[in-house]
Write a new protein. Structure first.
Length: 488
């Protein structure tokens, strides 16, 4: 498998390039991302689907530039897919041949069902665990839906509803909005009942733009779109308002200006599909077709799913930043042993065990990032990099307890800032204490088994030898309440 792989996605509205670098068999990270608003489908939907010469030249020039980027970054593999605009174009062979002969690039034109499947693959692997949901991916020429049942993509469908298509057929002609609604309603009649679902995964630029605006308007504690979740009924009036708004009034909203040209069209589609499917909650995905293409390639021998209990964010951080890899299992065992001895004091239902163990895997990495005691920067870095397969609650909790492991004192203002996403201060104190004690035990990097027991208001630690560094560190630990730590 090539260490660096470039994925190029040719959509109706834009052409995007992403480059991923592998750090191990399944783990990877993004090293380059470029998007060009080429509008290859411009004018096509009012011209029987045919691509214009100007649009094809813009796309060719962009691909030529992208090819230069991939060469400079030594990409060994380039995967190019094209969606609605090209698959609908009667003259697509003209463009495909020109690119093949002129640039040596082979474009794979995928059908709508495949496009929907790729979006589903990205959602299943890169969002927090999904059992049942329907993905909605709104593009320039079409909208794709994937039905997910029991953690698998079981069906897909493509509908001739896209932002550029709706724009050219109705909005550019200043048609009455009722005609837009009639057209969309007619297209939606083909959606089988099996796709109806209260849980929606939103993919694509329109949904990201809407989610970003909702995130800002609700004073959400972190600026992170991937895995951002909201209740549909609470914000559907806003989505419908955007759909029916005049362009000049969009400036009164928090929407990204770069989306003004197609946001009304996309909002119309999204609103009416959500109403049709009976949506109650929406989770935003920044991963879509491009990520689906890459995942389908690296996971081709595992049914397009990561192995059980594999977390790409954790694994990638370990691959890139861990120095003492062999110590990580020992650290995790020690953290678990301490947790098992005290969980009855603060986490009787074992709600936070998983997050604690994931944080323990990153203990040495956070220590390395925090080597000059800049815990705020280290915290921000983790929040950004614990992006895939984590909910916002999980990544904030993991990042904060690691921060407080080395910072010692819990910042009450910070806890208040993230209150929507965090457990009680007591739970935070216990989790950071467990990690702090784990860090003390492993200060000399020696691999040795420990036994831990809490009784008579004392925490007993037994080991072959408790190092001086550990003894020194234990004296400085801030405990959740007064008790004694004893060791022999």
């Amino acid at each position: 498998m090539a260490k660096r792989t470039a994925i190029i996605d040719i959509g109706s509205n834009s052409i995007s390039l992403v480059i991923y670098e592998k750090s191990s068999r399944y783990a990877f990270h993004l090293i380059e991302k470029i998007r060009s608003k080429v509008r290859i489908g411009e004018g096509a939907y009012a011209n029987n689907g045919n691509l214009s010469e100007k649009a094809m030249q813009r796309a060719y020039d962009t691909l030529e530039d992208f090819l230069s980027v991939t060469k400079s970054l030594s990409c060994r593999k380039i995967l190019i897919v094209a969606t609605s605009a090209l698959r609908d174009a009667p003259n697509k062979k003209l463009f495909l041949t020109r690119v093949s002969k002129g640039l040596g690039l082979n474009i794979r034109v995928i059908d709508g069902k495949k496009e929907a499947y790729l979006g589903g693959v990205a959602a299943l692997n890169l969002l927090p665990k999904i059992e049942n949901a329907t993905t909605i991916d709104i593009g320039g020429g079409s909208t794709e839906l994937a039905s997910i049942k029991n953690g698998k993509v079981v069906d897909t469908i493509s509908i001739n509803l896209g932002t550029v298509r709706i724009k050219e057929l109705f909005f550019d002609k200043k048609e009455n909005f009722s005609k837009v609604e009639d057209y969309i309603t007619k297209q939606l009649s083909c959606i089988p009942k099996s796709f109806f679902n209260s849980k929606i995964v939103g993919i694509g630029g329109t949904i990201r733009a809407l989610s970003s605006s909702i995130l800002k308007d609700t004073n959400y504690p972190i600026d992170s779109l991937h895995a951002f979740k909201y209740k549909y009924n609470k914000h559907k009036d806003f989505i419908e308002k955007i759909a029916k708004s005049e362009v000049l009034k969009l400036k009164d909203t928090s929407l990204d200006r770069s989306r003004y040209d197609t946001i009304r069209e996309g909002s119309s589609i999204f609103f009416m599909i959500c109403e049709e499917l009976g949506a109650k909650s929406v989770i935003t995905s920044k991963a879509g077709v491009r990520e689906g293409v890459y995942l389908s390639d690296i996971l081709r021998n595992s049914n397009h799913k990561f192995p059980h209990n594999f977390n790409i964010s954790i694994k990638n951080l370990i691959d890139r930043f861990a120095i003492y890899n062999k110590n990580i299992p020992q650290i995790q065992r020690d953290a678990l042993a301490i947790y098992e001895s005290v969980y009855h004091l603060f986490d009787k239902k074992r709600v936070y065990k998983e997050e604690l163990l994931m944080a323990s895997k990153l203990l040495l990495i956070f220590r390395r990032l925090n080597i000059y005691s800049n815990s705020d920067m280290s915290f921000g870095f983790l929040v950004e990099n614990l992006n895939f397969a984590f909910s916002h609650k999980q990544k904030i909790l993991i990042s904060l307890i690691l921060k407080y492991t080395f910072k010692k004192d819990i910042d009450e203002k910070e806890i208040k800032r993230f209150k929507k996403l965090l457990p009680s201060a007591e739970v935070m104190q216990w989790l950071s204490f467990i990690l702090s004690l784990t860090a003390c035990i492993n200060k000399n990097k020696k691999l040795q088994k420990i036994e831990v027991e809490f009784k008579d208001n004392s925490l007993f630690i037994k080991s072959e030898k408790i190092s001086f560094l550990c003894q020194e560190g234990i004296k400085k630990l801030k405990k959740p309440f007064p008790f004694t730590v004893k060791y022999d």
